[in-house]
Structure formats: C-alpha cells, structure tokens
Design a protein around this ligand. Structure first.
Ligand code: NAP
Length: 473
C-alpha cells in the first residue's frame, strides 16, 4: 500500500490509521494518500497554534519568513505546479502561473509585515481629549482557522497563510479534500526552508463535516477565513457568531461589450477567461452581454478562438482545458447545457462530454431565468445575450444574487463611469475581463459572494484589531 503523506501539527509529523486517497480528476489514478484526521487532531492543532502565539513573532521575523517563502515557492515552482496539475487537473502552464502568483502573495505579505501599524488619533482635537495623546496598535486577533477550496490549491492557501503570518496569527488550515497536497508541500517548505517555527501553521486533512465543523466551532479560534461555495460559507458564518468570519464565495461573472467597446480584445481575453482551469474559477467569465451591432462578429470570432483551445491531459504543455474536478461536476455542467438548450439557447460550439472532459462551450441566446445565467456554472461554459441599450445591459449584469467582479468594454467615458457606479459588485473592471486578479489588490464580493476583501494588505487588517492607547500627558 502506498505510504501516507503526513501532515504537521506543531512539531509532529502526523499520520492516521485510515487514509484519504487523492485521485487525479483527469484519469482517476491515485496521486497520494493523506491522513484522515478527526476532531482530536483539530484539538491538537488549535492547541499548537495557541501555544505558538504565546511566544509572538516580531514583525521583522515575520517579514523574513515571508521573504524566504516567496523565494522558496519560486525555487520550487515546477514541483508545485506539477502537484497542482496532478491533484486538480489544472493544465500545467496554468498551474505554473498559479505558483508564480503565490510568490507575489508572499512578497506582498512581507511588505505588510514590515509596515503594519496603527494610527495616531487626534484626541486633543475635541475638548474631552485635552492634555492626552492617543494612538492605536495593530494586535493579532488570535488563532486563525483557514478553510480553502480545490480550485487554487496553492495560491488561495497562500492568501490565508501569508497574511496570517504577517499579522502575527498562528493558523490551523483545512485544505480541500480533493487537493490537499499543494498545501502540505507548501507547509513543509515554510517550516524546513523558511524558518517558520513549529505551531505557527498546522494542517488537518479530513472532510468538512469531520474536521471543518469542530474547527469553526472551537472556542480558541478567533478568526475564520473561508474560501469556497456560498452554502458552506454562510453556514460557517452562522456558526461563528462570536468570531471574525471572512468569506470569499462564488460568482457568475458578467461582462458587457458596449457598441464602442474593443470587442476584438474582449474576444481574445474571454477565450482564456471563460475556460481557464475549465472555468473553475470564482471569477470565470460566465455571462456575456454584447451590443446587438457587434454580436454576430463577436460570436463568430469567439467560437474560432475557443475551438482552437487544446483539451486534454493536464500534464501536457499544449493543454488549455482539462477535466472538471469530478465526474459528478462534469455531469452537472452537461445537464445545465442540455437544460438551457431545452429552454431555447443554442450551442455555438462545444457541449460534448468525453468521459471526464467537457468540450469548451459557448451558448447563444441565453436568458436571465436559465440556470446557466442565474447560478455559478463553474465549468468551461460562457453564455451570450445581446442588448440595444446600456441601461438594459447594466440591469442584466446586476440581475444576480452574486457580486464578486463584473466588467465592461467601452470606449465611452460615460459608459465606464456608469458601470463603475451602477454595477453592484466588489470589483468593476473597465476594458478588462471580470476574471482579472492581481494578488496584491483588494479582492472580494458583496451579497452572496462574501463579506470581506483578500489581498495581503486587506487580509492583515481583518486578522488584527486596533487597540486604542490613551496617555494622559
Ligand atoms: P466547497 O465545497 O464549499 O469547499 C470549500 C472548503 O470548505 C473545502 O475545504 C471543504 O472541505 C470545506 N467544507 C465543506 N463543508 C464544511 C463544513 N461543514 N465546515 C467547514 N468546512 C467545510 O467549495 P469548493 O467546491 O472547494 O470550491 C468551489 C467554490 O469556491 C465555488 O463556489 C467558487 O466560486 C468558490 N471560490 C471563491 C473564491 C473567492 O475568492 N471568492 C475563490 C475560489 C473559489 P472538503 O473538501 O473536505 O469538502
């Protein structure tokens, strides 16, 4: 029987009698075995994190660890990319980009560790503060429970660990059960190559119900940082009433191509943004609203680009699109396509299932009440609808319970400013796809898409609180 890849809790390498088997979403082969942790491991991990925080890391030391982490991830880029490709079926070239992005995430967090500070409070600007000096200190809130999804198994883990280290908070991480190896390997690098002392990061592998529930309910956990689906996220928020809970959730990202918009640039970008990692990104471009004067040219050009995407083995350098995370997910997306067709949409290209692969799909004539418009597809699918009036396009884009990122292509300043003011999303992109993210920027949604902003500068502020200090002169 293959050996289990241990996780580290405190200074211990932990294995368990039973294993969780990680398999390739592409062809089902066994990638690795990891421990099947239980509530007792959660208990040990939270205790290790609490003990670590009893000996605080000074900011300069946090910055040193984070700088070393950026270097270590860069040095191990190809190894980490191969792990991501194997466990998530992310095409290797996209997986390499994810590893490179994680370098920036650690670099940005190192800057935060070096510069994190409170404010001087102008307390003597009002009579009651006369004769006093006041300022705030940024204080770590406490142990962070981090729960991460399958789709960016390295960089979204980095987006939780890096700011926590910068903030001076120890972490218990529960990675997605389908993709735990990237996180486990990153943790080993942090401890073995980057000088992170034992206990500051601890990993528990196991299902959401078995280890996730006791982790979010643990009384010694002060902060929960969760990225994943809305139902799981909001249920966690309901359980964590006394904790600081940050949720990064789903989306059905819209993009508007106005009559004046550079539609050819939009086509080139959407051919990537709608299909990268088979559309399994929370900001995958999903709903496309194109001005009626452009829609035929736009659709024809997008079909040509999408038909040129290479579908296949994630470890093949040529592959652009590989399998979805599970056969069930492939079947779900295929069913949504068939349902939309039954309701009047047309398949312009794709829509074919070959075992675990789904060919990149463009639907035209989508309407607002179809599942492919209303919900998060999380598959290699975009839908196109046309509009005549920008008012209608803005209303269609806003007709969703999600609110992560939205975009418009327009050459008109008025259109750009209207989009910025009227699109009810956490981020609005102009002449860029809604799928754009640079790791230092504030990133997060409103309404069902979440309640926080990630990006190290912002996440560090969520993981610390401001302690007011008043001194009587
Ligand atoms: P998911 O099913 O919600 O799982 C996310 C994490 O939650 C996994 O680690 C999962 O563990 C864990 N979990 C499940 N039940 C739990 C419970 N009762 N208590 C605690 N943890 C629990 O999401 P996913 O399928 O991995 O990821 C896809 C979703 O993530 C999409 O909706 C996508 O839009 C969203 N996402 C959002 C962002 C963003 O930044 N806004 C980024 C990426 C992805 P198991 O794996 O063991 O079930």
């Amino acid at each position: 029987m293959p050996e289990q890849h241990p996780v580290r809790i405190g200074a211990e390498s932990v294995t368990t009698e039973e294993s969780m088997v990680v398999t390739s979403p592409y062809d089902g082969h066994e990638v690795a075995r990891v421990p099947k942790c239980g509530p007792e491991h959660v208990e040990a991990a939270v205790a290790a994190a609490k003990a670590a925080m009893a000996e605080p890391l000074e900011p300069w030391k946090r910055a040193e660890v984070l700088d070393a982490a950026a270097q270590s991830v860069a040095d191990h880029r190809d190894e980490l990319a191969t792990i991501i490709a194997e466990e998530a079926a992310k095409p290797i070239k996209t997986a390499r980009t994810e590893a490179e992005r994680a370098v920036l995430t650690f670099q940005s967090a190192a800057i935060e560790a070096r510069t994190l500070t409170g404010d001087v409070v102008p307390i003597d600007g009002a009579q009651p503060g006369s004769g006093k000096l006041a300022f705030t200190l940024r204080v770590p809130r406490g142990v962070v429970a981090a729960i991460s999804p399958f789709n960016f198994p390295l960089n979204l883990v980095a987006h939780k660990l890096a700011p926590a280290i910068a903030a001076g908070c120890a972490v218990v991480l529960k990675p997605a059960s389908q993709t735990p190896i990237s996180a486990i390997r990153l943790h080993e690098l942090l401890m073995d190559e980057c000088g992170l002392p034992a206990g500051w990061i601890n990993i528990v592998t196991g299902s959401g119900g078995t280890v996730g529930d006791p982790l979010v309910e643990h009384e010694d956990v002060a902060v929960i940082t969760f990225t994943g689906s809305p139902p799981v996220g909001w249920a966690i928020a309901a359980k964590g009433a006394k904790k600081k809970v940050g949720l990064e959730l789903g989306n059905n990202a819209p993009v508007i191509i106005d009559a004046s918009g550079d539609w050819e640039t939009a086509v080139a970008k959407i051919a990537v943004a709608g299909f990268s990692h088979a559309g399994q990104s929370c900001i995958s471009t999903q709903r496309i609203y194109v001005h009626s004067s452009l829609v035929d040219r736009f659709t024809e050009a997008l079909v040509a680009k999408v038909e040129a995407l290479v579908v296949g083995d994630p470890l093949d350098e040529a592959t652009d699109v590989s399998a979805l995370i599970s056969p069930d997910e492939t079947a779900r997306v295929k069913a949504w396509i068939d349902e939309a067709v039954g309701e009047g949409a047309t398949v312009a290209t794709g829509g074919d299932q070959h075992d675990r692969l789904l060919t990149p799909t463009i639907l035209t004539g989508i309407t607002a009440d179809m599942e492919v418009s209303r919900n998060e597809v999380f598959g290699p699918l975009v839908g196109i609808a046309s509009f005549d009036d920008l008012d209608d396009a803005l209303a269609l884009a806003n007709d969703t319970r999600y609110g992560l990122q939205a975009a418009i292509f327009t050459a008109e300043l008025d259109g750009a400013l209207r989009a910025a003011h009227e699109l009810d999303f956490g981020g609005v992109l102009v002449n860029e796809v809604p799928t754009f993210r640079s790791d230092q920027m504030p990133y997060g949604g409103v309404r069902d898409s979440g309640n926080t902003k990630e990006g190290p500068h912002y996440a560090v502020r969520e993981m610390t609180h401001e302690r007011l200090v008043v001194i009587n002169r």
